[in-house]
Design a protein around this ligand. Structure first.
Ligand code: SF4
Length: 139
């Protein structure tokens, strides 16, 4: 799914809820996890273990040209997760997901939903940038 499809889906969802009379998405964030993301909660522990397991991954050819593995960021216990296809140039440089032009748009959409970017978790299916943003290969 391309970024523009993701944004179209999100926009459609927001418009649906607005038509239903909601000012924000009916998602509640409560409890310790939301107030202190990354503080040793279950999600945080699992994500840290997974990140350790990946290490300096060279399991596929995308490792050859990447600058950084873009693992993901946000609230490890988020109830809402955005998953992109693969990191682009800006993401590869910074090692963070959705930080380029698409990231600005995504952040704006998240805020329109009545949330903060730190309330959700953002990642990509592929963790390393495919050269020239080509489609990932079979490996
Ligand atoms: S894309 Fe995934 S499997 Fe390939 S090198 Fe990066 S982290 Fe490893």
């Amino acid at each position: 799914m391309t970024n523009s499809n993701i944004f179209k889906d999100i926009t459609t969802m927001i418009e649906y809820y607005r038509a239903m009379g909601f000012d924000a998405l009916p998602i509640t964030f409560g409890g310790k996890e939301t107030n202190s993301p990354g503080s040793g909660s279950n999600g945080d522990v699992h994500l840290r273990k997974l990140r350790e397991e990946i290490g300096d991954c060279k399991r596929c050819r995308l490792s050859e040209q990447r600058k950084n593995i873009v693992f993901g960021e946000g609230n490890p216990d988020a109830r809402l997760m955005f998953i992109g296809e693969a990191p682009g140039r800006d993401e590869d440089i910074k090692g963070l997901p959705f930080v380029g032009e698409a990231g600005v748009l995504l952040t704006r959409l998240i805020e329109k939903m009545g949330l903060k970017r730190s309330d959700v978790y953002i990642s990509n299916i592929i963790k390393c940038r495919p050269p020239m943003n080509r489609d990932p290969g079979d490996d």
